[in-house]
Design a binder for this molecule. Structure first.
Ligand SMILES: [Zn+2]
Ligand SMILES: [Zn+2]
Length: 332
């Protein structure tokens, strides 16, 4: 696999790339660490080591990963497939979460009750409609992670390869959105959260991004397509709003968001939503509800626990909402 298509001077074997793919996905190994290990294996004394091939190695691993994504999505079997790949087509969707037209009844919004007393019929119908909507509700969870920061190594931009085609949001639209928001001043009505306090105070010196925010399905821990974005400061609402809406774009099901500061985040969310691109707005009859994960709920004031604890929310069953922390455990 050559590092460039024109007059290549450096190449990596496919065996090495397959090994790197496994080490990166199962061993959390970065290309930097893998390269250092290869260098050590070449010359453990550190004397007379070959000229650094680290930059070509970065190109190779990134391009190889991109091609693998395309291959696994079968884009090579379509005419002009790679060039015509758009909007999160490379992401693997959760097979267990409800999807309209795939794994739920076509008439999921409507009841089937036909017989009986009219009043009873209307009441039971209304309850049944609520119950049915909740049965097919999309239960999502979100959070931010500050371990996944990225150092700014040069003043030039480092454009991503194929952003928006799988789990990360499309760079340019996201960039345009968060640049509109200079400072967030939110006063917490619940206990003093570090999250809100640090939203603007987080030190971003020398960093291209301070961390990641992510939205995944709460019951199966599958990361949502276009449900991941980077953070420029702390856990700001402008980032979280975008990720939350992007992760469920164009979906007509009701949604439940589990978020450790959902009690604060949901305040004025409808107003803030107007600042998002129109294609991210929830469809008109989509109902949004919110909850705080069970373990985090203990840190909230009692009134907040009564309103937002996941143990008391309708339609979420025994979901604890803490799955996002388990996702971070596999990445950090
Ligand atoms: Zn799922
Ligand atoms: Zn609270």
């Amino acid at each position: 696999f050559s590092s460039t298509s024109r007059r290549p001077q450096t190449a990596a074997t496919l065996t090495l790339l397959e090994e790197h793919d496994q080490l990166a996905s199962h061993g959390k190994m970065s290309p930097y660490e893998h390269y250092n290990a290869l260098q050590q294996m070449t010359n453990a004394c550190g004397i007379d080591i070959p000229k650094s091939k680290y930059k070509p190695w970065l190109h190779i691993t990134r391009e190889h990963g991109y091609i693998l994504l395309m291959k696994r999505a079968g884009r090579g079997c379509k005419e002009n497939g790679i060039a015509t790949t758009t909007g999160s087509q490379l992401a693997i969707l959760c097979p267990a979460c409800p999807r309209e037209g795939v794994n739920i009844p076509a008439d999921w919004k409507h009841s089937h009750l036909r017989n009986g007393n009219t009043i009873l019929f209307l009441c039971s119908n209304a309850l049944l409609i609520i119950a049915r909507r909740q049965r097919y509700m999309l239960i999502l969870m979100m959070d931010a992670n500050f371990r996944l920061s990225n150092i700014r190594r040069s003043s030039t931009l480092d454009p991503g390869l194929g952003t928006g085609l799988a789990y990360l949001v499309e760079d340019s639209a996201y960039h345009e959105h968060y640049l509109k928001y200079k400072a967030q001043t939110n006063i917490s009505t619940c206990s003093g959260f570090k999250t809100l306090e640090m939203a603007e105070k987080k030190d971003a010196t020398g960093l291209r991004s301070t961390g990641l925010c992510m939205c995944a399905c709460a019951r199966h821990k599958m990361i949502r397509p276009q449900g991941v974005g980077n953070l420029q400061k702390g856990e700001r609402y402008c980032n979280m709003d975008y990720i939350a809406m992007s992760a469920a774009r164009n979906i007509g099901l009701d949604r439940f968001y589990s978020y450790d500061i959902a009690c604060q985040w949901n305040i004025n969310l409808q107003d803030r939503m107007k600042g998002l691109p129109a294609y991210l707005w929830p469809l008109p009859d989509v109902k949004l509800s919110y909850g705080v994960p069970k373990c985090h709920a203990k840190g909230h004031v009692l009134s907040c626990q009564c309103c937002f604890s996941m143990g008391l929310q309708l339609g979420v069953g025994n979901t604890d909402g803490e799955g996002i922390e388990r996702v971070w455990a596999g990445i950090n």
